[in-house]
Design a protein around this ligand. Sequence first.
Ligand code: BTN
Length: 318
Amino acid sequence: MQKKILEYLRKEQEYVSGDQLSHKLGMTRQALWKHIQELRDSGYEIVAVPHLGYRLESAPDRLFAAEIISGLKTKFIGRKIYYYDTISSTMDVAVELGMKSAVDGALIVAEAQTKGRGRLGRIWFSPKYKGIYLSIILRPKILPNQASLLTLLAAVSVCEAVKDVCNLELQIKWPNDLLIKNKKIGGILTELNAEIDKVNFIVIGLGLNVNNDLKSLISQATSLKEENKEAVSRIKLLQEILLRTEDNYLLLQNQGQRIFLEKWRQYSVTLGKRVKVYCQKKHIEGDAVDIDSDGGLLVRRDTGVIEKVLSGDVVHCR
Ligand code: BTN
């Protein structure tokens, strides 16, 4: 019901009388008042003026489903939303929902995570209301060995969205780190549920430092607020991330990976660098020359041999 009240107030933009609103929504004036109070408690600024009625002044920067939906331009990504104030990890919820046949494009979003995780067992620090912590369930028609393409796709989509909303240029360190001026600002975690030749679903997880203050971050990290010197609307940025992800995903499904891999190369900070890639018990050292059509990193060793790396931890040497 609160969603309906907000929709109505947003549509009207001006004062709406209590009589009109309660009549329209089929509730008593008392019930309406109670809902308005609850909305105010959630951070919505709703003014009430005798003889004029109610007007929505401002909405809080909360990632409530109704806020995300209002103004969302996607067709299917983020059309079904699971919102949590605090959760262990959006990945856990997404994997569980994926197994229960949640729809393609379902979004799991949280204001805070108590056990946010990154790649290689690392912790993802997820303070409340500061960042964007989300997981998207996708059911792409690709082979399991192409799953890492989705990590690259998500990274490109976040770079495009940040450029659009904040006018900041992010860079991608293969495969999943999002950097700005060599400091980490976000990361992508992709988890796969598949059979030998069929992907059941993929969960793309994104953690992005948005309005974190510098003092709360480790020295090699930063946030969009810190770089932009002003707070960023998480809701607007999230909507743009979903839209860019959907556009790139449809591009991948309909036209193959060539176009977005080309975009990835533009944002890459790894290509052209001397790298050491730590994978399982060995490491490969050489020059990062390109990525291949599955998203693997191509490293030319000093012997001239080119090795393809599908996962690992990259250190840029120079
Ligand atoms: C990394 O840089 O290693 C990837 C970090 C991914 C963090 C996000 S936050 C939302 C989602 N839930 C998690 O527990 N992890 C991902």
